[in-house]
Design a binder for this molecule. Structure first.
Ligand SMILES: [Zn+2]
Length: 75
């Protein structure tokens, strides 16, 4: 029976009616589109962590320059 691939839209003859994709790569790519590529989440997390660390560093340096030892002695 002729079916349309749920990922690329190509027509293919399915031997199994449960098949939604024309080939294994479409199946894999469709699952990536749904759930993200393996390691993508981890990479995003690492990127967010890096950004946070940079932000904290920036904050620490601006604070250091804003608060001098004189300021500390006054309090
Ligand atoms: Zn396909």
């Amino acid at each position: 029976m002729l079916m349309t691939c749920a990922h690329c839209g190509r027509e293919f003859s399915a031997t199994n009616l449960n098949r939604k994709y024309c080939c294994n790569s479409c199946n894999v790519l469709a699952s990536y589109a749904r759930n993200g590529r393996p390691g993508e989440r981890a990479a995003k997390l690492a990127e967010a962590k890096k950004r946070l660390a940079a932000e904290a560093k920036k904050l620490a340096t601006t604070r250091k320059s804003a608060i001098t030892t004189k300021d500390l002695l006054l309090t």
